[in-house]
Each structure stands twice: as structure tokens, then as C-alpha cells.
Design a protein around this ligand. Sequence first.
Ligand code: ADP
Ligand code: ZN
Length: 623
Amino acid sequence: MEHAHAVLEEVFGYAAFRGPQADIVAHVLGGGDALVLMPTGGGKSLCYQVPAIVKHRAGQGVSVVVSPLIALMHDQVGALHEAGVSAAFLNSSLSMDEAAQVEKQLLRDELTLLYAAPERLTTPRFLALLDSLHERGLLALFAIDEAHCVSQWGHDFRPEYRNLSVLHERYPGVPRMALTATADDLTRADMVAHLQLENAGQFVSSFDRPNIRYTIVEKTDPSQQLLRFIQREHAGEAGVVYCQSRKRVEEVAELLAREGINALPYHAGLDSRLRQTHQDRFLREDGVVVVATIAFGMGIDKPDVRFVAHLDMPKNIEGYYQETGRAGRDGEPADAWMVYGLQDVVNQRRMIDESPAGDEFKRVLRGKLDALLGLAEATDCRRVQLLGYFGEASQPCGNCDNCLQPPETLDATEPARMLLSCIYRVQQASGMAFGAGHLLDILRGKATDKVTQYGHERLSTFGIGAHLSETQWRSLLRQLIAREAVAVATDGFNTLSLTDGARAILKGEERLSLRVAQPPAAGGRQRGSGSRRGATVPKVESDLDPAQTLALAALKAWRAGVAKEHNLPAFVIFHDSTLRALAERQPQRLGDLQGVPGVGQKKLEAYGPQVLAVLTGLNPQPA
Ligand code: ADP
Ligand code: ZN
């Protein structure tokens, strides 16, 4: 472990391991297999990179990293080069010559880390290479990144991952690590089974992301709500907006661009070159907003994404958590913001009902959707619910919408019964089912043409619900759908009918609650302040004094130039937090750079003099 600490400081410029990193590194260096479950931004990469460096220095050969993210390998390897670590990748983006070159380096034991796509890894050609290394004792470690891809319960099942069991069978003595940021119990069990990790050490971190603020608001006018949210809280900052359809992606990106936001669309229907360009601009430029379908983001490890917005609801909490997890990997304040409405519930239900999956599978999917609906309708701490879903107990967080502005609630048990009996009565009276709009008109006593046409103004439930707003009724209806008390037909009319779950509520055995009124859409708040966790949320730019702010701007401009020259994203050169530390400390000598977080030995040598020049250029010293 001594070596590991030395590597952490010298190569990465970090003073200490974070959370369970030290235990994981020690376990792997001791020859054990490991299953690592850590939230996005938790620091998974160092868990295999540090052992890889230690092992290579000790003459144990190369560590092979399996990653499904071909688009990212270039940047990951680039980041290692910046830190002075020899690394390469093998994937379909390389020419024959380039690939041959990498293979040569590999056989000469010149590489500390090799990144490879799973389908490449299990080819006979690649296995022959590994055989040769293995025979010479030069195969140090396998790290399987995004290991949840092995599970069909996850949201990005990749059949190639199933073939990775060959690693264990063929090279039983080589330690293996499987790492992921998403895993409920089902997925975790799948990883253990398919990757044969029965004897692996299991390292499960807290999944909490304290710097992310969760907000879920009622969908009224989603595009305008989004626009206001970005303009008020994230002007000029990088973010991701998720929409369900390609068409919506295009519309929203256009709208944002018209309003002067640097927004780009991303979906599978775009020309692949254009898609790549948009992804590159997001990674490399400051303050780009990508509007995307879920095709975007898998493994995007841009650390300074300040918000993730959902205009449509994802399928389940795993998806929601993974997507929102792309915000704030640098640990600084970030927002996870979602608008959601009845139509989301209907759409997701329909997708499940209409999928060709078997009944058992559909039941699992419905259960997962219901858990997400429960989260969206929650009137208490979102984080407690989220973490609870992943089996983690916690206390109200002070950094979600419900904690910051506790909604006043009322007991909605009686209104729920009204709604249920209204659905029942209307169906009885007319011999057919109706949709939400019509039913709410009846409850609220609105004698519309349709109501009178069917004579529904004469029903006993007409007008009994005038004391609640339409918004409140819709929220209640969503809760009833989430609890499977009401079913939405997939007949194109979204008609509502009662299901088994209604019985307990009608009998008064289950209680429901409801917001008294929707809190105003989040706005005008101070970042990182006013919360119980405020103390742990790092300082932000506005805390710098004017001279420091100037220094930071100069450092960012310098960094942009270097990044461009190296064809790498800016954060690979130095993180924002490193630049901020430099702007605050205003180092005068190279020695002063030692110990600045994120400044390792190689970067100190490569960039130290330039950084000092940038800083002294701003504060010319008397000769
Ligand atoms: P993950 O892959 O788990 O999402 P990363 O490996 O990308 O997370 O790490 C997230 C961020 O945290 C990176 O910017 C990384 O440099 C930083 N980091 C990781 N470990 C440490 C540490 N021990 N000290 C300081 N920063 C760290
Ligand atoms: Zn909370």
C-alpha cells in the first residue's frame, strides 16, 4: 500500500484515497477479485489505475480495462498520458497499422493499461495475445468497467459482456475487478453470476451524491419551464436535457438555441459524424447544453456538468439515477431537475404493456416504474426514497426540493375515494370508461358539453371534488395509478378503470397524502447555501475575490489552448477545481505547485512554468 499511496500522490496529485478506494486497492494488490459498486463521480477509475501502475512498476505486466465506451477510450488514454502513464486502446476506430503498433507495445510490456472493447477482447486474435502475456507472467489485472452491462435487468444490457466469463476460465490466477455505478439487487446478482465473482470482495459505497439537488416538478409547459430553469440557475453552464423522442429533442434544442443557449441535439437518428461533433463540443467547449435521447451519456465523464434535466420520465429509478448521476462528478453543486405529468405515466405503462416481453418480465418492469412514480409523487425527502430504493437508509437531506421547501400536505384518503367512486359510477352509468379530463370535470362540477351529453351532471359524484384544484386531482390520480388502484387503458383514449388495488383504498385501509399547493418552480436560490449539507459543498467561483477571478479566467483561457493543441477535453489537462485552487493560492515558485490537488509530478513538470507565467503575467512583479 505504500507504493499505492506514492502513486496516488506522484501521478495523480491527490493526497489521500477517498472513501473505500484504499480498501479496494489493497484488496486487489493482495490478489483478490473485487466487485465495486460506487456512484458516478465516486472515483472508480483510480481503483484500478493505481493498482495497474503499482503492478506494472513491479514487473507484473499490463492491466486490461474492458469498456463498452469506444468513444471515450481516446480521452481516457489521453488523460493517462497527461499524467505520464503509458496506456493505449484497441478498438474499431484504429487502423490496422495503429492496432499492430499497439499489439507490439503490448507484447514488449511497454503498456501499463490497455483499454479494449468487450467484443474485441474475446476474439481469438486478442486471446492469443493475452495467452502469450500470461505465459510470461505479464498479465496483471482485468478491470471490467460498466459491469452492469452484463445484466438484462440493467438499462444497457450488452450480450458481449456475457462472453467475458472466458477471462476467468482462461486466466484463473489473474485478479478481476468489476465496476459499476448502478446496481440494484437483481443486477448485482447477475454480475456475480455471469462474471463468476462469487468469491470476490464486494465493495458497496454509499450511493449518495450529496452535491446533487433533486427537484421534480409538475409538467405544465415543459419547454418554457426548462428555459426558465436554465436561464435562472444555469446560464452559461454545461448541462444535459433528456427527452424521450427524437422529434422532441430537435424541437427543444431549437427552442433553446433561439433563446441564445448553446444547445445541441443528440439522438440516434442524426448522422453519426454530426452526433460525434456534438458530443465533442459538449466535452471540449465550456457551457454547452446537449438535448438528447438516452442514447447520449453512457460513460460521458465530463466532470463539470452542472445540471441534468428530464423533460420526460425515464423507465425506472436505475435509469433516473444513472442519468442524473452525470451531473456534478466534480463534487460541486449540481441540479437534477425533472418535470413530470400524467402523460409520462401513461406512456411508460403503454411501452411496457405493448412490449413483446413475457408476463413475468413485465411485472418486474411495472414494479420498477411504480417505484419511480412513487419518487415523483413523494412529499418527503427525495434522497431518502432514492437511497432507500438501493437499500440504503438515510436521513432527510436538506438538499432536495421537498427538504428545502417542505410541501404542506393534506390527507387525501377521502378525495382518493371520491375519485375512485367517480370512475366506478361513470362506468356503471354509461357502460363505458372515460379519460382523466372528463372524470375530473365531473368531480370538479364542470358541466361541459361532454358532461351534459352523457348526463353525467346528474351523477352523485358530480361536483363533490370542487375543493381541490385540477393539479391536485391529477397528482392524486398519478398516485392511484402508481399504486395500481387505477389502470390506464392502452386503447388510444387513455380511459381509466379500477383495478384490484382500489379495494383497500375504498375501504379506507390505505392512506394517501397530497400537496396543498405546488411549490413555485425552483428559482433564485443560492447555490450550496441554506442546506444542512452546505458545509460539505465546495466553494464556487463567486467566492473568489476580483483578482482571483481574473486569474481563474486567465488560467481557463490558457487551458483551452493546451487542450486544443493536445486534442483533449479541457478537464483532462486540469479540472476546474485545480484551476480554482491555483487562482486562490497564486503560487510564485514551482515548489508552491506541489500539493495543489490534481497536480501530479508529470503535470507539474509539463505545465508548472506555464501556469506561473500566466499568473505572473497578471501580477507583474517589480524587477
Ligand atoms: P467514476 O468513474 O466513479 O464516476 P472517476 O473515477 O471519474 O469517477 O472520478 C471522479 C472524480 O473524482 C475525478 O475527477 C477524479 O479525478 C476525482 N478523484 C477520484 N479519486 C480521488 C481522490 N482520492 N482524491 C481526489 N480526487 C479524486
Ligand atoms: Zn431531501
